[in-house]
Design a protein around this ligand. Sequence first.
Ligand code: NAP
Length: 295
Amino acid sequence: MIILDGKKTSNDIKNEITEIVQEMKANGEKVPHLAAVIVGNDGASLTYVGSKVRACERVGFESTMVRLPNTTSETELLKEIKQLNDNPEIDGFIVQLPLPKQIDTQKVLMAVDPDKDVDGFHPTNFGRMALDMSTFIPATPFGILELLDRYGVETQGKHTVVIGRSHIVGRPMSILMGRKGFPGNSTVTLTHSHTKNITQITSQADIIITALGVPGFLKAEMVKDDVVIIDVGITRVPDESRERGYYITGDVDFEHVSKKASYITPVPGGVGPMTIAMLLKNTLLARERHRAAAK
Ligand code: NAP
């Protein structure tokens, strides 16, 4: 069994990006600039955005954090987004989800300029992805592709089962694994909470990607020998015995499933760190596109 080490791989990617940024600086070029908008004081969201900003510093990018109060109206947020769209200094930006209930998330995501949409959530970019065109692939699915690629995990002709159909992970993952090319050329089954006899489906899978957010959902008796397991789930389980008051776990019963798997991602240290690395990669791509467009 081989661990797909997202921590190490994401560090490798960050080192590669750092080198490119140093070269940009040496040539007197503008370095990539990522902005992150956060509305409210949600603890987990602040942690995620903080990690993204720190990752920018680590590779030499410029970064801007836009913090807005929980009471921000939809109109005020849309105005902020317009300013980021119009600001030539900003190459890409993200709006941290979830947003407070007075704001229509879909409307906000639609307002982001697709050329700066480094999260890849805009319908234009999602459509381009589905049509195999060059685009910003959402960071978590992009990170999974990169892990499969760097570890040389065969996907062609394999049966991939995706559990969960969210717009940010499960749905794009099902499209990407089925598209022509590598990683891809897989036969994909997309499952969700209405899927019947899910064990019958997972036990035939060569590759299983879990993105449902139910700790320990995938058990050893649900998988066949030599299966490849990608666990996207991140759940904070309350635990008084720990200093932080919780521990992080995935959707897979790692202890038992790992004994049958050929490759498996741990939680934490698997898909999670890859997500930030790929956000940086998308921001670099945005800078390169803007530079090419300015010529
Ligand atoms: P989500 O919006 O929370 O939706 C969950 C999906 O799982 C839905 O499609 C739901 O089906 C399906 N589901 C729920 N219970 C199920 C069951 N018993 N059997 C089969 N399917 C079931 O999904 P998400 O935003 O992708 O998040 C999923 C997990 O990934 C969470 O733990 C989240 O924290 C984590 N995550 C991690 C990263 C990362 O960087 N590693 C990034 C994003 C998310 P229905 O559609 O029928 O409701």
